[in-house]
Design a protein around this ligand. Structure first.
Ligand code: DAH
Length: 363
C-alpha cells in the first residue's frame, strides 16, 4: 500500500494548486473515481489481517473525506470568484441619463395602451386579462349570442380545428373577459381589459389582429348616466382637450340593453381631421347596460346588480389622436414608420406629468 501520509500531502497540495473546475474534476477522478488511487487502496484492504484492516480502513476513510472536502471548498471559491467577475463585468449604472442618440421607439399601440391605462387607473379601474384562444361559451354564448344567432356572422371568426362541442377560436373581441371577470369575482367589479383580438378581415381600417379595450362596471347602482360621465371624462383626458362634444346613438349589441354607439365631435376643414367641436361626428366606441342574460349566465343576481360595459379599438383611437392613416402599417414592423410615429422610451404617460408629453408631433 502506498504511504498514506505521502498521498495525503500530494493530493491536498494539488487541490490547492488546481486552477479551474476541470482541473479539480481530474483530481477527483484520479483519487476518488472508480479507478482512483484511494479507491484502489480501499480494494486492497481485504488482503490485510483484521487488526490492520480496521486501522487502515479508518485512515483511508479519513483521507477520502479530507480530499473530498478540500475539493468542495476549492469549488466554492471558484464559484464565488466566477460570480464576482460576472457582477463586475455585467454592472449597469442605472443613474446614467438616457442617451440622446438612443434610437429605440415605443410603438403607438403600446403608448396608447399606457395612456388609456393611466386614465382609467386614476378613475379606480383594475386591469383584467383573458386568453387569446377562447372557447365558444365565453366568446359568444355567455354574451347572449346563442348558436345560430345572426350576430355570430357579424364577427369573421378564426375557428381552431377540432371536434369539441365547446369550439375553440381566436377571440373576436375582449368582451369574453367580462364573463371571466364576473365568474371569478363577486360585484362590485370595475375593470378594463385590454388585449389582442382577431378577425378574418384586412383593409385600410381592418387587420386580422388588432387590440381592443373592454370596460365593465357592475354594482348596485351604476346606470347610463354614469356610463356617459365616465366615457366623457375618458375622451377629454385621452384627446387632451377640455371640451369635446359627444353623442350616443341607439345601437345593437347582444350583450347590452340598451346599447349605444358613442360619437365624438370633429371637424374636417381643409381635409384635416380635428377632434373637438365641429360640423362632423366620428364613431368611437360601443357601449350599453349589461344585459340581464349576461349577468345571469355568470351567476350574478339581476335583482341586486346591474352595470355598464364598453368596448373600443385601441389602434382606431391611436390613429385618430396621432394622425395615422392606415391601420395595416401598425403591424408591418417597418422601422421607418416606427421612427416617425413611435415615442421616446422615457415619456411614460401619466395623469400628473402629462399623457403624451410629445403631443404626438415632436417625436
Ligand atoms: N365587443 C364589441 C365589438 O367588438 C364592442 C362592444 C360593444 C363592447 C358594446 C362592449 C359593449 O362592452 O358594451 O364589436
Amino acid at each position: 500500500m502506498e504511504n498514506i501520509e505521502q498521498l495525503r500531502i500530494e493530493l491536498i497540495s494539488s487541490v490547492d494548486k488546481a486552477e479551474n473546475m476541470s482541473a479539480l474534476e481530474e483530481i477527483r477522478i484520479s483519487a476518488l473515481g472508480k479507478k482512483g488511487r484511494i479507491t484502489g487502496m480501499m480494494k486492497t484492504l481485504g488482503s490485510l489481517n483484521k487488526e490492520e484492516r480496521k486501522e487502515a480502513g479508518q485512515t483511508l476513510n479519513k483521507l477520502k473525506n479530507e480530499v473530498a472536502n478540500a475539493i468542495d471548498s476549492r469549488k466554492n471559491i471558484f464559484e464565488e470568484t466566477e460570480l464576482d467577475v460576472r457582477l463586475a463585468t455585467e454592472k449597469v449604472d442605472v443613474t446614467l441619463p438616457i442617451r440622446p442618440e438612443s434610437h429605440g421607439r415605443i410603438h403607438p399601440t403600446s403608448q396608447t395602451l399606457d395612456e388609456i391605462v393611466a386614465i382609467f387607473g386614476q378613475m379606480g379601474f383594475d386591469i383584467a386579462e383573458g386568453p387569446d384562444i377562447e372557447d365558444d361559451f365565453h366568446n359568444f354564448t355567455a354574451l347572449n349570442i346563442p348558436q345560430n344567432h345572426p350576430a355570430r356572422q357579424m364577427h369573421d371568426t378564426f375557428y381552431i380545428a377540432g371536434e369539441d362541442e365547446n369550439k375553440h377560436l381566436l377571440r373576436t373581441h375582449t368582451s369574453p373577459v367580462q364573463i371571466r371577470s364576473m365568474i371569478k369575482q363577486k360585484p362590485p367589479i370595475k375593470i378594463i381589459a385590454p388585449g389582442r383580438t382577431y378577425r378574418c378581415d384586412s383593409d385600410i381600417t381592418h387587420t386580422p389582429m388588432f387590440h381592443q379595450i373592454e370596460g365593465l362596471v357592475i354594482d348596485k347602482t351604476s346606470h347610463m348616466g354614469h356610463l356617459k360621465g365616465c366615457l366623457l371624462e375618458f375622451i377629454k383626458a385621452y384627446f387632451e382637450i377640455d371640451e369635446v362634444p359627444i353623442r350616443f346613438r341607439p345601437s345593437f349589441f347582444p350583450f347590452t340593453e340598451p346599447s349605444a354607439e358613442m360619437d365624438i365631435g370633429c371637424s374636417r376643414k381643409g381635409g384635416e381631421l380635428k377632434i373637438g367641436a365641429g360640423e362632423g361626428w366620428l364613431e368611437i366606441l360601443g357601449c350599453g347596460m349589461v344585459h340581464p342574460n349576461v349577468l345571469a349566465s355568470c351567476g350574478i343576481d339581476t335583482d341586486e346588480y346591474q352595470g355598464f360595459a364598453f368596448g373600443l379599438g385601441l389602434e382606431r383611437i391611436a390613429m385618430l389622436k396621432y394622425g395615422i392613416p392606415d391601420l395595416r402599417t401598425f403591424f408591418e414592423t417597418d422601422l421607418r414608420w416606427l421612427k416617425h410615429y413611435g415615442f421616446v422610451p422615457l415619456d411614460i404617460p401619466s395623469m400628473t406629468r402629462g399623457l403624451s408629453m410629445t403631443g404626438g408631433t415632436a417625436r
